[in-house]
Design a protein around this ligand. Sequence first.
Ligand code: FES
Length: 338
Amino acid sequence: AADDRAAVVTVEGGGSFVQGAGDASLLQAALRGGLGLPYECSSGGCGSCRIQVVEGEVESLWPEAPGLSPRDRRKGLQLACQTRACGNATIKVTLDGHCVPKVPPRVMHLTLVSARDLTRDIREFRFAAPGPAEFIAGQYAILRLPDGLRRCYSMSNLPNAEGYWEFQIKRVPGGKASNGLFDMAPGAVIGLDGPYGLAHLVAESARPVVCIAGGSGLAPMVSIARAVGADPARQLDFFYGGRTAADVCGEAHLAGLPGFGDTLRYHPVVSSLDDPLSAGWTGLSGFVHEVVGRHQGDRLREAEIYFAGPPPMAEALQRLLMLDLKVPFGQIHYDRFF
Ligand code: FES
């Protein structure tokens, strides 16, 4: 491995970029270099970043990554987000102008300022960086923990000149990264690489907005709601799906926005009514995609729709929106996340 040496990577027919010591992967280096290498998750799960290495030696950071099918492996494909070049290399991939970062991703250090619990397993973390926090509502960053683990988390606040980066992180039982974060005390320092993600706010659209969050998908939807909700003329329906009544959250983050209760409506949904933690719940119940379909119906075709949450929720929503309701593809915004 040539972690400290810069490697020049050429994209067949599409320019070149430099992979430096700070670049976790070929994908990060390409995006930092302003090339539109297709991607979604940056974490080895979605397969959007498949490349063919034509020349040069590369190392795989996660050889078993689920983003590669057995067929991809037979063809010798690699995931750009899980591969580093060991020296100069040439790769083959079809670049996509939509993937060129609108805000150039940077590597920096963050210091934990404070943390507070939102539910029994979701905690909000506030970090400070030396420069302004530049990103678009709905984007994510790669956090690098002291033991070297990297995980992607979406920001829940808005870009700001003071340099604050906020995340709402769900504690995963046995999950090394989330538990490492939950164990951190104020003053702890971690690395950040970002921003990334294409499912960000489309600021120029005047359509009504529907945000749908489940579980750990809260943060990017809160960020988008904060950006949209600052304009009381925009219609915004915000759905949050929790397993039990104790898992419902998000209202406190929206309540201070202009238009709350009027143009901005919050709809919590609980899926496990039988659970003792849901005792006394009289609000909406069912799977959040079903509730959204019943509640919004044909109005969804006129809306910009943002969603983030566990893969089964995201898949059910894609089926509802694309197949059942035929919502135009350009109005549906999500990054596959794992
Ligand atoms: Fe690389 Fe998702 S597998 S971006």
